[in-house]
Design a protein around this ligand. Sequence first.
Ligand code: PMP
Length: 362
Amino acid sequence: MRWKEQLLTLTPYQPGKSIEAVKKEFKLDQIVKLASNENPFGCSKQAMAALQDHQSSMAIYPDGYATHLRETLASFLNVDVEELILGNGSDNLIQIISRALLHSNASTIMATPTFSQYKHNAVIEGAVIKEIPLVEGEHDLDAMLEAVDEQTNIIWVCSPNNPTGTYIPEHKLSNFLDRVPSHILVVLDEAYYEYVVADDYYDSINLTRKYENLIVLRTFSKVYGLAALRVGYGVANPAIIKALEPAREPFNVNTLGQLAAAAAVKDQSFVEECKIKNRQGLEQFYSFCEKFDLNYYPSQTNFILIDCQTDGDEVFHYLQTKGYIVRSGRPLGFPTAVRITVGSFDQNEGVLNALSEFLAEK
Ligand code: PMP
């Protein structure tokens, strides 16, 4: 077989460890997974009801245009249906965008550390990859601009950023967008958008009107609690959407995902409630870090990156033996940190108790 050479350098995405695997390995009855930034409160009751009530046949393909979801989202976001593209999770949108714009004569720019899939897809497409280190956890937008060359086709901006939880203030983002050449697509990944509380956060949908080379990506996997159903969306100028559409697989968003996501959009009180509980949860983590003098990045997301000043893998393994699955910071580019998803009040208390035991034993 003559595989693309670059495929041989890649490993598949490493998801957070599964609950079943850890239960078995450590002979534990109860496992709490705080590794993949899922919503600990599940999803909207209305989304569940939409799934239970649905009558459509499993033998029929999904609506390839996702008409109902598209129209629901368009009216919620106050955009045109032509300004939307739907994905099988935002992962799928990252793949579609890469497929449409990257090749061996193209270059692409991203921060590091950031979400792994920008690089992963760029490697598959054979593009030249320019990774610009974060500065104090934040995108170095000036350095990203300096990295632009003749071949640059995409700049990836993750705000709030995974794994740091940091965001780009409005004035910095606008200043950056003003300077990006208009033929380069800027992908603003806002997977954690709904959790943001910062006053100087921008209205990204409005920015897509001002900057016709900007696409905003969001997902139903985080605050909407529908990660299992794989639905994400992109918002951009209709010309961008039109250019991307042929690179999208015909039935990429499944029927159940379309139904549940449309119902979830209509239940914004669930989103609001989760956002409030998430803030309260983050406060639990902040107090803990302050008590134990641990560094962390203030987060605009539903996770927190804590520097435990010791090998992140070691902390990860210890917490696992106590029934908590978190993410070691090591593979995420922060070797002495762990990334923990904010859970329910009790889950947060539990993982922080286990972490304090670890620190005491150290
Ligand atoms: N972007 C970021 C920044 C993420 O953290 C994630 C999920 N880990 C995704 C995109 C992908 O999310 P999904 O495919 O579930 O929509």
